[in-house]
Design a protein around this ligand. Structure first.
Ligand code: NAD
Length: 485
């Protein structure tokens, strides 16, 4: 392993400096690096260190060595350090926002700013959360207590759509509960994670939190490693299955936040006109590259035609462009692999002759991965655009006649991440919401998350939850202690 021990972390991070892995409290340079592209131009704008199996091994060993002392700190001591981490992140907020736009593509002034600010807020608030000892029995002669003890070393694997928020959603609860962590970001968006790893070295003891960037094989290594107690994974359902399979050898705990094909259901009585902007951004925020984007919009047939017309008119006003431009509403697709998948889906939509009242044609002469806002009017239920998770700015708006029919269609999927129901009669809308087979369902609101609100998928959208008491508890063992007085 090439260790550039000269690169000892300073209190203030140089965002213009080279990127390095963070292992055992130190910046570690690698012999090899890989290109990071700006999705708005497809030009290489940075080189990320390509970690090897040896680097990963060293990071896991350091996390294992750091664990006993870290776990032995009190909750309050750990919480204070996690809060200090939020302060350290805050000091670099603007640089992180810019870097996020550069590597991910999302508009700097809206989505990138929102993501980084939410992530820092999360770290600060999670630092204050505790899992107190539960007293199940305390009688004259017998006591039964439930304790939450840390698991050990947690491996974290993150995707490219929200690398900062989804990464820090893992770091804060993992560390405050007394575990140590090794994180592997997506090779498409490694930079913000490398920087927040670097920032972490100014706060936490060596080995408590390390970041190793590189290929997918590093993720595989984490999932198989005997010294990793748990994998906290966010990504696609296909990879989630591989994570679970390779973690089985050592019976790892897994939290899997996976794909979704969320339905938004607009009932006949909905006061739908004022909802158009909300429903538009629910589908097209982050250019549709969102696990909980509304990916199927079911609108009652009585209002469907007028709804589509208004939705298209709103969509037509939005600008797709470079996320650094303050006039941009939707940034590019993050990577060429996803762009090519979308090209294929667009070609299918065209070949099938579906009605496309907005967008539909990707201008391949553009240097960046730009995809236009596209609306598909009432495609058949078995079409690819309805059945697949597109992960891009293309949305089917489907007419339905009865509540039973729409509930059946909404549930007829392997996914069960989230969904929403919109209607003037709140009780009727709640009744529909209760029938949806999803981990989260919003009624007349959408995309509300909270530190104390558990979030996770049903069916093949995942296993376990993040956030809330339950999310925190998933970073711990349940340990029952009982004794006679
Ligand atoms: P992905 O599954 O391709 O990659 C996710 C991560 O897994 C990356 O870091 C990748 O390097 C790593 N990886 C790849 N192969 C691996 C292996 N064999 N073992 C271990 N790790 C491996 O997902 P993506 O394309 O980066 O992200 C998009 C997907 O993530 C979408 O399906 C989206 O719905 C889902 N997602 C879910 C949530 C949620 O909270 N439920 C949030 C965001 C994204």
């Amino acid at each position: 392993m090439t260790v550039a021990s000269a690169l000892k972390p300073a209190a203030k991070i140089d965002f213009d400096g080279p990127y390095a892995l963070t292992i055992n409290g130190r910046m570690v340079e690698t012999n090899k690096s890989f290109d990071v592209l700006n999705p708005a131009t497809n030009a290489v704008f940075a080189k990320a260190p390509e970690g090897t199996a040896e680097h990963m091994e060293a990071a896991i060993a350091a996390a294992k060595a750091a664990f006993p002392k870290w776990a032995a700190l009190s909750w309050d001591e750990r919480g204070a350090l996690v809060e200090a981490y939020a302060d350290a992140l805050e000091a670099h907020k603007e640089e992180l926002i810019t870097l996020l736009t550069m590597e991910q593509g999302k508009p700097r002034h809206s989505m990138a700013k929102g993501e980084v600010e939410a992530a820092i807020f999360w770290v600060r608030e999670v630092a204050k959360r505790r899992l107190p000892i539960e007293m199940l029995e305390d009688t004259a002669d017998h006591v039964v207590e439930v304790h939450h003890t840390p698991l050990g070393v947690v491996g974290a694997i993150t995707p490219w759509n929200f690398p900062v928020l989804l990464g820090l959603w893992k770091v804060a609860p993992c560390l405050v509960t007394g575990n140590t962590m090794v994180m592997k970001p997506s090779p498409y968006t490694p930079l913000c994670t490398l920087r927040f790893g670097e920032i972490a070295q100014t706060v936490f003891p060596a080995g408590v939190f390390s970041v190793v960037s590189g290929g997918n094989d590093l993720g595989q290594q984490l999932t198989e490693h005997a010294d990793i107690a748990k994998i906290s994974f966010t990504g696609s359902t296909a990879t989630g299955k591989r994570v679970m399979a390779s973690g089985a050898g050592t019976l790892k705990r897994v939290t899997l936040e996976l794909g979704g094909n969320d339905a938004a259901i607009v009932l006949a009585d909905a006061d739908w006109e004022p909802l158009i902007p909300t429903l538009f951004w629910a589908a097209f925020g982050n250019s549709g590259q969102w696990c909980i984007a509304s990916k199927r919009l079911y609108v009652h047939r009585d209002i469907h035609a007028a709804f589509v017309e208004a939705f298209v008119a709103f969509g037509r006003q939005q600008t797709v462009g470079d996320g650094m431009d303050p006039n941009t509403d939707l940034g590019p697709i993050q990577n060429r692999m996803q762009y090519d998948k979308l090209k294929d889906l667009f070609a299918d939509t065209k070949a099938q002759g579906y009605k496309v009242p907005l967008g539909g044609t990707i201008d391949e002469s553009l240097a960046g991965n730009f995809v236009p806002v596209t609306i598909v009017d009432n495609p058949p239920e078995d079409s690819r655009i309805v059945q697949e998770e597109p992960f891009g700015p293309i949305l089917p708006i489907i007419a339905f006649d009865t509540v039973d029919e729409v509930v059946e269609k909404a549930n007829a999927t392997i996914y069960g991440l989230a969904g929403s129901v919109w209607g003037r009669d709140r009780e009727a809308a709640i009744a529909v919401a209760k029938r949806l087979e999803t981990g989260t369902v919003w009624v007349n609101e959408i995309h509300i998350h909270g530190i104390d609100i558990p979030f996770g998928g049903h069916k093949q959208s995942g296993m376990g939850v993040e956030n809330g008491h339950e999310g925190l508890a998933e970073f711990t063992n349940t340990k029952t202690l009982m004794f006679h007085k």
